[in-house]
Ligand binder design. Structure first.
Ligand SMILES: Cc1ncc(COP(=O)(O)O)c(C=O)c1O
Length: 405
């Protein structure tokens, strides 16, 4: 498929380019000192991660430790309630530690081990990336510092407990809105001081090059498995695929398996309380081009051009930008980015729980809600959604805040 001069047959060879650009988006906007550290990670990624030894070790880990491949489930009762469209879910909630995040954490931590680093550092929003990295660090015997905003620490208490049990050091971030953006700021600051002994393991397809590429590549397993499993299950490719987009890692891995196929691709951003700036985190739908956290993408800005305050009921989605590759796919017209608000996501959370016996993460509930909407519109065919994680972390919060459901 050729779309606006992009040959998706050779997509992974060409994107990103050597400087880390997906078209105009991406790059590496950091100090000269950190640029050298990024170059070290980039070289290690190409030399180590492409080696046969690394690939076969990661394959074994995915199978024996993570429990991959995760299955695809036909959501029959949900589909029947809506109409004639068959909705399916790729079950990343069944990946060890409860979400897709472990896919890139095991890759990043294995790379850290090969590079001789002693510590991994990261930020977390919903706590899923923090739990996944703490899991990987425990598995490989690495120290682990996780930066987390105080608002999220309160909201995602079960994940904070899990990180601590796994031996991670949870560092509370109290400045600004004390959510995901501030956690990224603080983790980057810490990394700048410790980069000789530590490696930053970013939680999504964000940050300076090579992180958006590395995280996408480690998450590609989701798209690769999905394509193969869906074909085997049904004999066809799905008509549409859907994933939620915070920073964009589950979506990038999932979508990257279908870029060259006649499949409609939908990314779902959080509309939160509505379209007013400050009430949502739908950066690709409402943002403009800008640089933040070391990369150029589409972001939500305040009147001074600084990252705007953002909000979503899903802690893992409230970030004022998205990965540069998503900005590129949007510009190409290959992926359509749309929105789901808090209320629709919470409705989907309960519907999937009660109709299918699967409690989804509130982040993933955005994808479920959008698949339900799409199924109503499309009348027939199939939709495969990425169920990026399980909702155990959200249960106390949902019951406390949505008691009438
Ligand atoms: C279950 C789940 N899904 C999705 C996300 C959003 O991240 P991304 O857009 O990088 O997949 C998160 C983030 O914490 C998450 O925990």
């Amino acid at each position: 498929m050729i779309l606006k001069d992009v040959d998706f047959n050779n997509y992974f060879k060409n994107y990103p380019n050597d400087e880390g650009y997906f078209g105009r988006y991406g790059g590496c906007f950091v100090s000269d000192e950190l640029k050298a550290a990024m170059r070290e990670i980039n070289d290690a990624y190409f030399n180590i991660c492409q080696s046969r030894r690394f690939i076969s070790e990661l394959r074994r880990i995915r199978k024996e430790f993570q429990g991959r491949p995760t299955p695809i489930t036909h959501l029959e009762r949900l589909s029947n309630q809506i109409g004639n469209v068959h909705i399916y879910a790729k079950r990343e909630d069944l990946n060890h530690s409860g979400a897709h995040k472990l896919n890139h954490c095991m890759g990043e931590a294995l790379l850290a081990k090969y590079m001789g680093k002693k510590k991994v550092i990261a930020e977390t929003g919903a706590g899923q990336h923090g739990v996944a990295l703490a899991t990987a660090a425990a598995h490989f015997g690495l120290e682990c510092d996780i930066y987390m905003g105080s608002v999220d620490i309160k909201k995602q208490a079960p994940n904070v407990a899990r990180m601590k049990i796994l031996g991670a050091n949870v560092v509370e971030v109290t400045h600004g809105l004390a959510t995901l953006k501030e956690a990224v700021d603080a983790a980057f600051e810490a990394y700048a001081k410790e980069y000789k002994d530590a490696i930053y393991c970013i939680g999504s397809v964000l940050g300076p090059h090579p992180f958006p590429m590395m995280v996408r590549d480690f998450q590609h397993v989701v798209g690769e498995e999905s394509r193969e499993q869906f074909l085997e299950m049904t004999g066809y490719l799905p008509d549409s695929i859907v994933a939620c987009v915070g920073g964009g890692s589950n979506a990038a891995g999932f979508f990257s398996g279908f870029l060259n196929d006649p499949v409609d691709i939908y990314g779902v951003e959080p509309l939160g309380r509505g379209a007013t700036l400050g009430d949502h985190a739908a950066s690709l739908n409402y943002g403009t081009e800008g640089v933040m956290h070391g990369f150029n993408s589409i972001m939500l800005k305040d009147e001074n051009g600084e990252p705007a305050p953002v909000y979503s009921v899903a802690s893992g989605l409230d970030y004022p930008s998205s990965g540069p590759e998503h900005a590129f796919w949007q510009e190409l017209g290959r992926v359509k980015y749309d929105v789901i608000d808090d209320e629709e996501a919470i409705d989907a959370f309960f519907r999937l729980s009660r109709l299918e016996g699967i409690i989804p993460a509130i982040e993933s509930s955005h994808a479920v809600a959008y698949a339900m909407k799409l199924a109503k519109e499309k009348k027939h065919g199939s939709i495969l959604l990425c169920l990026s994680g399980r909702g155990d972390k959200d249960m106390d919060y949902v019951l406390e805040n949505f008691p009438m459901k």
